[in-house]
Design a protein around this ligand. Structure first.
Ligand SMILES: Nc1ncnc2c1ncn2[C@@H]1O[C@H](COP(=O)(O)OP(=O)(O)OP(=O)(O)O)[C@@H](O)[C@H]1O
Ligand SMILES: [Mg+2]
Length: 256
């Protein structure tokens, strides 16, 4: 495979819900190790695109290629095995578990030992190696002081970091992040940005980032795609795209 081939190539993705066109022939690509932003006003189709790429939804039309192979028809867990991971706009963590165990479940899912359910209810003991891997991730995310805390006691900001850590435990080649700063205050948003930069530098994971926080997008993304009402209205280097009058119009009032 040539170096120039994109890691993810989504071509002309179309998705309709009961006649409403959520995505119309949307084409995006992400190269290895790059951090690309995906922005657009509410209802633009950003989450729907993630759902189509990660396998939660089946597009009506279009092709998704990842690492040289077509993903069409592959379920979520098969895509995850190939190196795709995501976090959710509304945080999704297992209740009744502490922080380290959240990561441990993901670490075991990576090995695919088939004991996911048993692990999820905490019946099998972690090995020293598994604990070490989880603790390294907790350290990267600045979550070491929270390792033994129950998930319910965390702030939303810490919870989002745990969700990010869980996705990273699978060692993805590509990570979809759906508004990681949603519900966070300015300080937490800045900290999240710092963690994402560290992650990208350390593991060279490619990231497709949906984010409303424009300073965060500017800081992290080298390239942007802009969706508006299901259509891709702009793409290119971050600053150029943010200066585009069509993009500014779509974002009127958001202050790009
Ligand atoms: N399961 C569904 N059934 C019907 N319509 C849906 C469904 N999911 C999304 N839609 C519609 O598709 C369009 C795109 O929604 P989507 O959630 O992808 O937007 P978004 O860009 O993620 O918005 P936000 O910034 O608010 O998260 C909207 O019109 C939405 O109402
Ligand atoms: Mg969304």
């Amino acid at each position: 495979m040539s170096e120039a081939q994109a890691l993810l190539e989504a071509e002309r993705i179309t998705k309709r819900f009961a006649g409403i066109s959520a995505l119309e022939e949307v084409t995006v690509e992400v190269h290895r190790g790059e951090l690309v932003g995906l922005i657009g006003p509410n209802g633009a189709g950003k989450t729907t695109l993630f759902d189509c790429l990660s396998g939660k939804l089946r597009p009506d039309e279009g092709d998704v290629r990842f690492d040289g192979r077509s993903l069409v028809g592959l379920p979520v867990h098969r895509r995850a095995r190939l190196g795709l991971a995501r976090t959710f706009q509304r945080i999704e963590l297992f209740s009744g578990m502490n922080v380290r165990d959240q990561l441990l479940v993901a670490e075991r899912a990576r090995h695919g030992g088939g004991s996911f359910l048993r692990d999820a209810v905490g019946l099998s003991r972690p090995t020293a190696d598994e604990i070490e891997r989880c603790d390294r991730m907790l350290d990267l995310l600045g979550l070491t002081p929270d390792a033994d805390r129950p998930i319910e006691s965390l702030s939303l900001g810490r919870g989002r970091l745990v969700e990010l850590g869980r996705a990273l435990m699978t060692e993805p080649k590509l990570l979809f992040l759906d508004e990681p700063s949603s519900g966070l205050d300015r300080r937490e948003t800045h900290d999240m940005g710092t963690v994402l930069q560290a992650v990208q530098e350390r593991s060279h994971t490619a990231i497709l980032l949906v984010e409303h926080d424009v300073p965060m997008v500017q800081r992290l993304a080298t390239r942007l795609y802009v969706l508006d009402a299901g259509h891709l209205i702009a793409s290119g280097p971050t600053r150029e795209v943010l200066d585009d009058p069509a993009v500014r119009a779509a974002y009127l009032g958001v202050g790009v």
